[in-house]
Design a protein around this ligand. Structure first.
Ligand code: ATP
Ligand code: MG
Length: 390
């Protein structure tokens, strides 16, 4: 049975004149992410993209799985392709939908007739196919208001028949909102933050601070793995890795311990911004911070962090409870990796009693008491970069 996947888009259908730009972005993304799943063709019409897996025995499940992670698509329907002839449809479609219909109690048929030359009108198509379904599955009843299954027939270049759609990833296409640098740790929150920014159309790059030998090669590999997992949603990610040990040693030697985390965060921001400036065309920084989650994430602390930033800092998890962040991390598949117990540069150097209400004056004074500049520049120069591909 030949099949085709119908991808319906949500918000971008409302984009007016910009709609075709959004569509082309999505088509480009689909082409890139599906390429290694096999051959396929893609066409668009009426706020729907039609992805047809080609070849002898395409892995349609794999195509569906990948499409379900592409932002901009809200509903996905796996459909059988039938000859554009009512007899062919009534003869074969009931069997094609066997798995769905056998377990259902009620159903209805819905017809969309884009090809106005098709000899039957929509109500007639519904009646014919509904009758054929009832004949093959006598246990079923028609319920037009709350059916267990809605069978849809679309008469287009050919006839497509499908049951209810599954949910797509939602959001808007990656690439439609600018480019952001995600501060990616090995924790639960920052991969979720990256996912949420990509969902709103941002291209995401990632920067990670490591502190060898206090943090191990395996800790870094864990972060790379997290980046790899979210590429399914974000696309390829440029991954920057900054050696941060020396700066932390200087911090420890020259600054008050209670301000340690906040100073570290400010220095991370400074380095991240320099990398962004060097890269060019990156508009914002992104962190996984959530208001009040820990001492360094109070509003006072965030004020001190942002004062070190020339770029806007987005914190998509800021208003979320940990349990909500965990729920998303499970959904996107990062949770199991995030909870692996490897050390992070922040945890290695965590002060015993961090200040929850640091004032910007004292923070700046502490930072200015030592010349970090040569160490910042050295860290920037020693930053490595690799491309993490989908
Ligand atoms: P996460 O689960 O994202 O690690 P967290 O609850 O552990 O968050 P912190 O360790 O306070 O919180 O980090 C807050 C944010 O700072 C992180 O979400 C991340 O964006 C950034 N961050 C922390 N450590 C690093 C690091 N080693 N490299 C890059 N970014 C980091
Ligand atoms: Mg962390």
């Amino acid at each position: 049975m030949k099949e085709i996947i119908l991808c319906k888009y949500g918000e971008i259908a409302l984009k007016g004149l910009n709609k075709s730009t959004f569509e082309s972005m999505m088509v480009k993304t689909i082409k890139r992410r599906l390429r290694s799943a096999g051959e396929f063709s893609i066409t668009k019409s009426q706020s729907t993209l039609y992805v047809e897996p080609l070849g002898d025995d395409p892995d349609v499940d794999e195509f569906m799985e990948r499409l379900s992670k592409i932002f901009g698509i809200v509903k996905i329907c796996r459909s059988g392709i039938f000859e554009k002839d009512i007899n062919a449809i009534t003869a074969k479609a009931p069997e094609y939908l066997e798995e769905l219909l056998e377990t259902a109690h009620t159903f209805k048929v819905n017809a969309k007739r884009s090809d106005k030359k098709f000899p039957l009108k929509s109500p007639e198509i519904c009646r014919e196919l509904g009758g054929a379904i009832l004949q093959k599955y006598p246990h079923l009843k028609v319920d037009v208001h709350h059916p267990d299954v809605t069978v849809t027939v679309e008469i287009r270049e050919q006839a497509y028949v499908h049951g209810d759609p599954i949910d797509g990833a939602g959001g808007i296409p990656v690439g439609s909102s600018g480019r952001a640098m995600l501060l990616l740790s090995g924790g639960i929150d920052s991969p979720v933050a990256g996912y949420m920014m990509a969902r709103r159309g941002a291209v995401v790059e990632a920067i990670h601070f490591e502190a060898p030998p206090y943090t191990s090669e395996r800790a870094k590999m864990k972060v790379e793995k997290l980046a790899k997992i979210i590429t399914a949603y974000c696309g390829d990610i440029k991954f920057f890795c900054v050696p941060f040990t020396e700066i932390q040693m200087q911090l420890r030697a020259h600054c008050p311990e209670e301000l340690f985390t906040i100073l570290m965060r400010r220095l991370m921001m400074e380095i991240a911004q320099r990398i962004c400036e060097r890269e060019g065309d990156i508009q914002a920084l992104v962190t996984g911070e959530s208001l009040g989650q820990v001492a360094s994430q109070t509003m006072y602390a965030m004020v001190c962090t942002d004062a070190a930033c020339r770029m806007p800092v987005f914190r998509p998890c800021v208003g979320m409870d940990k349990s909500e962040i965990v729920e998303i991390s499970r959904k996107i598949g990062t949770f199991e990796t995030s909870i692996l117990p490897y050390e992070d540069c922040c945890t290695v150097f965590t002060p015993k009693h961090p200040k929850t209400k640091p004032s910007l004056v004292e923070v700046e004074k502490a930072q200015n008491s030592f010349d970090f500049e040569p160490f910042i520049q050295k860290a920037v120069d020693a930053t490595t970069v690799e491309l993490i591909k989908v």
